[in-house]
Design a protein. Structure first.
Length: 454
């Protein structure tokens, strides 16, 4: 049993002082005591640690390499994607594991307790299966064993190169499976999760409406076996046009009309929605998986956050391309994108709480749902996914209540984080992951080999 004592904590009942949190041996919170005397491991401000709801781990090794001008002097999501495909041709299982462990470590240091991995790199270069069909899924699992973070693994179904059913192109062949092979791969990947602690989760991810047969999409919840279902939806203007041309409706409208959407679904990006689509999708209970830094990097567009929240919608935050892994910056970028679009301030604030409190708490609660995880709040029975902030930091000194979160998100950064626990595993101490040196060394070796092959 572990005890954490905090000067201040954001509990299920709101802000409280002198809080002792007991973590049981199974990684769950056993009790939350208010007004407790100092004891155990002492921290400044204790918060729930959210899930990182959308990640493609391997793309971390591409960070900073795709900022040149594209063909004809203009770059776009689609030219970036071609560069990503070429990068993938050189990636082997050992390198994937090293990269994934490194990005999971960065997530923990940034305040995320869980990695929800949207995993579509399944096969050898050229598309041939490994002897172990789930080889690459097992490497993501092995990386998680190294990093000590939580994991919800989402094997991705990727069948076609577009809505017209064209074959996968050269850069996509490592992703491809028909439904039968995918079901086998998913089952093997789920079985491999037994090597991780009990908090590990599972789901499936049909990649998108343009990459999966419409007739196969209704089968996804069954393949998830009670877990979550994630899918990219309405990310780019060209994608919207392609779906509308081939399926007869815009992506969100088609999904509303043809899928049984609900709380087990997480729809990624949704940056190209009309107002009525935003409201209708929010009312289904599906989570919007937002990745503001990547969406800004790729020019996806701006999610309609205020309308979504007003309709009762939930959202989660992910790092997607992992070009920059920072919880505070993702939340800041989300709010600032709303301000730039609406020429306003504090767009996502609520009458009862500040902007920082509103978006942080929403990300914790929505992230737990997107991960299929009993977490997101400091309460007995939940997984002990926790992060601590340093109240002696110059920008937090004297701050109280919601002001702590406002200063952390809008005036601070990850250097304010002192500790992170994932299901009770104390992986970040004094701001650093406990295995940082070894994980970083393996990552450097992997990236160096990739550059030598370039």
């Amino acid at each position: 049993m572990t005890v954490i004592w905090a000067e201040r904590a954001l509990t299920a009942g709101g802000w409280r002082d002198d809080v002792a949190v007991t973590i049981e041996s199974d990684g769950r919170i056993g009790a939350v005591s208010i007004g407790a005397a100092p004891c155990g491991h002492r921290v400044g401000c204790l918060l729930p640690a959210p899930a990182n709801a959308h990640s493609h781990a391997f793309q971390r090794a591409m960070a900073g390499l795709t900022e040149g001008s594209g063909p004809g002097g203009r770059d776009s999501f689609w030219t970036w994607r071609e560069l990503m495909f070429r990068f993938l041709d050189r990636l082997d299982p050992d390198q994937l594991q090293a990269i994934a462990a490194f990005v999971q470590m960065e997530m923990l240091e940034a305040g995320y307790a869980v990695n929800v991995e949207f995993h579509y790199l399944h096969h050898r270069p050229g598309g041939g299966a490994y002897d172990n069909l789930a080889e690459m899924s097992e490497r993501i699992i092995a990386a998680c064993d190294q990093s000590g973070g939580g994991l919800t693994l989402l094997p991705v179904l990727y069948q076609y190169g577009g809505c017209d059913g064209r074959p996968l192109g050269p850069g996509q062949q490592r992703f491809g499976n028909d439904l039968e092979q995918f079901a086998k791969l998913a089952g093997m990947a789920r079985s491999a999760l037994r090597f991780l602690p009990a908090d590990a989760g599972f789901g499936v991810a049909p990649h998108s409406l343009r990459a999966v047969a419409a007739a196969d999409l209704p089968q996804m919840p069954a393949l998830a076996g009670g877990g979550v279902v994630h899918m990219h939806l309405a990310e780019q203007l060209a994608e919207v046009a392609e779906v509308e041309a081939h399926l007869g409706a815009r992506p969100v409208q088609w999904a509303l009309n043809n899928l049984e959407l609900g709380p087990r679904w997480c729809l990624i990006h949704c940056t190209q929605m009309q107002p009525d689509e935003t409201t209708a999708l929010a009312t289904t209970g599906a989570v919007a998986g937002l990745c503001p830094i990547t969406e800004a990097s790729l020019g996806d567009g701006i999610f309609d956050g205020r309308r979504w929240l007003d309709a009762g919608g939930r959202f989660a935050i992910g790092s997607d391309s992992n070009i920059r892994v920072s919880l505070a910056e993702e939340l800041r970028t989300l709010e600032y994108s709303q301000r730039l679009r609406d020429h306003a301030r504090a767009v996502l604030a609520a009458p009862e709480c500040s902007t920082g409190r509103q978006i942080f708490q929403a990300a914790c609660e929505g992230g737990a749902r997107a991960a299929g995880r009993e977490s997101g709040v400091i309460a007995a029975g939940k997984w002990a996914d926790l992060l601590a902030l340093d109240l002696t930091h110059v920008d937090l000194a004297g701050r109280d209540g919601d002001g702590v979160l406002d200063s952390y998100i809008f005036a601070g950064d990850d250097r304010m984080i002192t500790d992170v626990w994932s299901a009770g595993r104390h992986m970040v101490r004094r701001g650093r992951h406990i295995e940082r040196e070894a994980i970083t060394r393996a990552y450097r070796d992997a990236v160096q080999k990739l550059r030598e092959l370039a």
